[in-house]
Design a protein around this ligand. Structure first.
Ligand SMILES: [Fe+2]
Length: 293
């Protein structure tokens, strides 16, 4: 049992990201320790737990302490683990251990994660957070970058602020295959996940703070704007957001577990040599209603 007095929290960037040590996520965690982890998460938005060689079952069990794990709705591309259904596979290695080419359907779809996004924002209740376990990590790239969207919102130039206040953007899972060339989801998968409208400025239910809420890979329309104007606004907002002062760039070590808040951050991965194996397992916490701000 890890007690709260044992954990240490050390920021990794002035804006967001902190590491927590002296906790073993495979073992039972007492209530004060769990609260200390949640408080650090609220404050730092992205938590790095170094050196946590979790099994998938342990990964899911820890996720359950924070919320209900999501089960990815799309089965056609085998991005969901057959063995543990709550595990989403961020991997270029297939079930037989074979390295997959970037041209394979699942890899095309995963390539969308190089653009700024927040996981599962296409759901009526977007995800709360995600936990990603680096099993085989990349040394040639594959950094996961995070942006603090509270700060971005607070610093938005007036011209951009006016365009997002009180406005909604549409999030569509079906946009993924249009931007990546991956095969279209089945009619059933598309029907099960119709596009949804979410406010572009939201209030975090725990911190009470306002943040921007956008996605380069799912936003296909914005209220009152045509298609080109919508795309340009998302690009402009993303460009403003992607400043080093708002960004933590995570260089992976084997068995890092990263936990991020999807309600106030966006993330994107940098390219890496496709000849290098990269195996990561993710859980995603089921969402809650978006609070417009
Ligand atoms: Fe993601």
């Amino acid at each position: 049992m890890t007690t709260s007095s044992a954990i240490t929290v050390k920021p990794r960037h002035p804006s967001l990201g902190a590491e927590i040590r002296n906790v073993d996520l495979r073992r039972p965690i007492d209530a004060p320790t769990l609260q200390a982890i949640k408080d650090a998460w609220t404050q730092h938005l992205v938590i790095v737990f170094p050196d946590q060689p979790l099994s998938d079952e342990e990964h899911v069990a820890f996720t359950r302490l924070l919320g209900e794990p999501e089960v990815f709705h799309q089965t056609s591309l085998k991005l969901r683990s057959d063995r543990v259904k709550e595990i989403f596979l961020v991997s270029n290695v297939d079930g037989e251990g074979r390295l997959m080419k970037p041209s394979e359907p699942s890899q095309k779809q995963l390539s969308s994660s190089r653009q700024w996004h927040t996981d599962s924002s296409y759901r009526p209740q977007p995800s709360v957070g995600s936990l990603l376990h680096g099993i085989e990590i990349s040394r040639t790239g594959g950094l996961t970058q995070f942006i603090n969207l509270y700060q971005v919102y607070e610093d938005l130039p007036e011209t951009l602020r006016r365009q997002v206040e009180g406005r909604r953007a549409r999030h569509d899972f079906g946009m993924l295959h249009r931007i990546t060339g991956a095969p279209a989801p089945s009619a059933e998968e598309l029907a099960g996940m119709p596009p949804v409208w979410h406010p572009m400025v939201r209030r975090h239910p725990v911190s009470g703070r306002k943040s921007l809420f956008i996605s380069s890979i799912y936003n296909d329309a914005i209220e009152g704007l045509d298609e080109d104007e919508s795309r340009r606004l998302i690009e402009e907002l993303s460009e403003f957001a992607a400043q080093p002062k708002y960004m933590y760039r995570h260089a992976w070590e084997p068995h890092d577990v990263l936990m991020w808040d999807n309600r106030c951050t966006v993330h994107a991965v940098t390219p890496h040599d496709p000849g290098e194996r990269r195996v990561m397992h993710r859980t995603t916490i089921v969402g809650e209603p978006v609070i417009a701000a």
